[in-house]
Design a protein around this ligand. Structure first.
Ligand code: UDX
Length: 468
């Protein structure tokens, strides 16, 4: 006969294994309360993820319109799995959306700061949003609460936050300031939250650090290394990681340029390289340059930090210069195919900084298009998910509802993001719509031989021109 305990355990197992609408296990409630401040990309994923782990989460989005939309489960950001995850936890009342801070942080064990830290013209990170929230939080914090800096902040910010809080008597309340940088990638952020490769926690109060570690441990689907260090080191781990990733992208872009000149295939070269675990096959895909809301901004921030410390980061400087050249190089390939760009119609496939996102921030595709326009080209563009964002950012840009219309009477096409749907296009039909069958594949997404057989003049990045 099954005892009451057995039934409880059975229920727990069931709830662990129970798939929800989002296809993720439902964890039993942990009784821990978390506040997440900032309804941007990171805040939304962290709030929904922590709620899925079983914590009770209060998300604060100060913009009343955004807050209202979020309360209705409407998410402006295109992020696979996020609407389902967010909605499931709203419906389960594990997740609430607030406009006011005071209400949201009541009884919270941990308060995650996930507000934006964009670049200032100097390249320095703009911390005004962080300090504004810290000033408001100061008098509201209660003893033993933990303030967690999840926003990407320069080395030394946690110390500044601690000093500002102590002016508000937070020291007496023994408020801890913990650094917990995120490593989420746009397009795979939900998966990255549930399957991180590491969790980094910086601070000097072991109890607070253990509480934050516990918030993650309960939900980790796999055992995940938790790196515990001090605040400054945690802050530097984030910047150094993104600088390395940016360096790797700039490296493979330059390698592709060399392979172009030497008549080699960069994909074969990187295949041979990537089998060395010290190199790894990841992040060795040439493109129009790295963009997004992180790599360019964090590169500028670490260069700024180095300048302040009187240290020369010549490699980082070179990465920045190489990345700025990459869009121009893509335009050069188009000129190679169509001659002068003046008056030519160029079809653009993909506007965002990479596929699976609607984020146009620092998108190299926009840099390519601006240069094409400067040279007198006539643009017609398509993006699978960022049409609204593109219309808002560039009202006069001619946007097509599908890739086929982008090809209409085009002198050339250029592929700027690696959307799988571009691989699956009917390239024979596409070619028949074009004035001339020229294509620059800035993501090495397509198969040169197939395009050549269809009569295209194909140029990739470090790819031998397609032979029919
Ligand atoms: C990055 C970091 O990966 C992530 O850990 C951090 O938390 C935030 O910044 P994200 O900006 O979302 O994530 O994009 P990522 O996938 O890193 O790509 C950045 C840029 O590099 C994109 O423009 C992408 O197209 C480009 N890239 C990336 C390449 O051109 N080639 C590659 O092989 C990889």
């Amino acid at each position: 006969m099954r005892t009451d305990t057995d039934n409880k355990l059975k229920k727990r197992e069931l709830s662990h294994g129970l798939a929800t609408e989002a296809g993720l296990p439902v964890y039993p409630s942990t009784g821990l309360r978390v506040a997440v401040l900032g309804g941007g990309f990171v805040g939304l994923v962290a709030a929904a993820g922590f709620a899925q782990f079983g914590h009770t989460v209060a998300l604060v989005e100060k913009d009343p319109d955004k807050s209202k939309e979020l309360r209705a489960g409407r998410i402006r950001i295109h992020e696979r799995g996020l609407p389902e995850l967010f909605g499931a936890n709203l419906r389960r009342h594990r997740l609430g959306v607030f406009s006011e801070l005071a209400e949201a942080i009541k009884g919270a064990h941990a308060i995650f700061l996930a507000v934006g830290t964009p670049s200032l013209p100097s390249g320095e990170a703009d911390l005004s949003a962080v300090f504004e929230v810290v000033e408001t939080l100061g008098p509201l914090l209660t003893p033993k609460q933990i303030l967690v800096l999840k926003s990407t902040v320069p080395v030394g910010t946690a110390l500044q936050v601690r000093n500002r809080l102590s002016k508000n008597g937070a020291a007496k309340k023994q408020v801890a300031v913990v650094s917990n940088p995120e490593f989420l990638r746009e397009g795979t952020a939900v998966m990255d939250f549930f399957r991180p490769q590491r969790i980094v926690i910086g601070g000097d109060q072991p109890e607070a650090i253990e509480t934050i570690a516990q918030l993650y441990r309960v939900g980790m689907m796999d055992a995940c290394p938790i790196v515990v260090t001090n605040n400054e080191t945690a802050e530097m781990i984030k910047y150094a990681s993104n600088l390395f990733l940016a360096t790797k992208v700039a490296f493979v872009n330059e390698l592709a340029n060399l392979c172009d000149a030497a008549g080699l295939n960069v994909t074969e070269v990187t295949r041979g390289m990537g089998l060395d675990s010290r190199i790894s096959p990841e992040f060795l895909n040439p493109g129009p340059g790295f963009g997004g809301s992180c790599l360019p901004k964090d590169l500028d921030a670490i260069l700024n930090l180095a300048r302040k410390q009187g240290v020369r980061l010549s490699i980082a400087e070179a990465v920045k210069e190489a990345n700025a050249r990459q869009p121009r190089l893509v335009v050069g390939k188009l000129e190679k195919l169509v001659g002068t760009l003046k008056g030519k119609t160029i079809g653009v496939l993909g506007l965002t900084f990479k596929a699976h996102t609607n984020d146009l921030r620092s998108s190299p595709a926009l840099a390519v298009m601006k240069r094409l326009e400067e040279k007198g080209a006539l643009l017609q563009a398509y993006d699978p998910v960022a049409e609204g964002e593109a219309r808002a950012l560039w009202p006069e840009l001619k946007l097509a509802p599908n890739p086929e219309e982008v090809a209409e009477k085009a002198d050339a096409l250029v592929v700027l993001t690696e959307w799988p749907e571009f691989m699956a296009l009917n390239w024979e039909e596409i070619g028949q719509k074009m004035k001339s069958k020229n294509i620059v594949d800035a993501r090495n997404l397509l198969v040169p031989e197939i395009l050549a057989r269809l009569g295209f003049n194909y140029l990739g990045m470090g790819q031998k021109p397609g032979e029919a």
